[in-house]
Design a binder for this molecule. Structure first.
Ligand code: KMH
Ligand code: ZN
Length: 285
């Protein structure tokens, strides 16, 4: 399903679990840094910020207290923006740690569909476990807490879990699916125009889609996603460069470019309240 003509929703994925200050010193890790980055991205046109938690040393962490601290900091710096917490967490987190962010009651959270085997990198051979029964129970918790799930799909096979949640009434329309393209070490399909087109064509009914693409594919595929009527996600979680060889100066720099392109395409970035109305997100602030 396409967004209404003339609109795009921009998410800034601020930090993720894998990128460190060693690879780009502008990755926000601590609550104050995350809050400043969120406010800058909102000023640049982002409606949603997607956030992972880090401990004091910058390592992925998953405690309710840390997520509460982050939420309070972001709301203090930028009361408008929609906060989307990651239940994907990071490779070092237990399943309980991954979903602890829900207890902080964000407006949105990622919900990964399907189980993957990591194929490369330092965690090769380790599974990224998202069993259907667990996905169902997390979705039920999100529904009860009025947290909008962003269903992460790395390949077409993950639509099986999307359809299952829809059939069981565990997610509410309009549904929101994030295509994660190009994340090879986590089993994603390639970030190519053909794959984006085919993920769109196979999308279950009543689903808005968001385009996430890693590395150098972020710019071309999010641009293509906007043309196709999708929401788009940019930010340091998925891409640490502004262009080849030039590290991005901030998350906001990536959002600013996307918003410039959107306006050239006669698309206006949705405000957070417009995004709430479109996606069915309950305002909690
Ligand atoms: N970093 C990607 C694997 C999540 O946080 O739940 C997509 C992602 C998943 O953002
Ligand atoms: Zn994430």
């Amino acid at each position: 399903m396409r967004l209404p003509p003339g609109k795009v929703i921009v998410t800034a994925a601020l930090n993720g679990a894998f990128v460190t200050k060693d690879v780009n010193p502008n990755v926000p890790e601590q609550p104050g840094e995350i809050a400043r980055a969120a406010a800058d991205c909102y000023d640049a046109g982002a409606a949603i910020v997607h956030v992972h938690a880090r401990d004091g040393l910058g390592r992925p962490c998953g405690t309710r207290e840390k997520f509460q601290e982050i939420l309070a900091a972001v709301r203090g710096a930028c009361p408008e923006v929609i906060v989307n917490f990651s239940t994907g967490g990071g490779t070092s987190l237990t399943i309980d740690e991954r979903v602890s962010c829900l207890d902080a009651a964000p407006e949105m959270a990622s919900l990964n569909m399907g189980t993957l085997m990591r194929q490369s990198g330092p965690n090769a051979g380790e599974p990224f476990v998202n069993m259907t029964a667990d996905i169902e129970s997390w979705a039920a918790k999100m529904k009860a807490m009025r947290i909008k799930p962003e269903m992460e799909c790395y390949s077409h096979s993950m639509y099986r879990d999307v359809r299952n949640l829809i059939a069981k009434g565990l997610v509410e329309p309009p549904f929101y699916v994030n295509f994660v393209l190009g994340m090879k070490h986590q089993g994603a399909v390639e970030a190519t125009p053909e794959m984006l087109t085919s993920m769109y064509q196979a999308l279950p009914r009543d689903c808005y889609f968001n385009v996430t693409a890693t590395g150098a594919a972020q710019l071309p595929l999010t641009t293509m996603g906007m043309v196709m009527g999708g929401a788009v996600r940019v930010g340091l979680e998925d891409n640490i460069y502004y262009r080849k060889g030039e590290p991005a100066g901030s998350n906001a720099q990536l959002v600013e470019r996307t918003v410039r392109i959107a306006r050239e395409l006669t698309l206006e970035p949705a405000t957070p309240d417009e995004a709430r109305a479109l996606l069915g997100v309950t305002r909690k602030n």
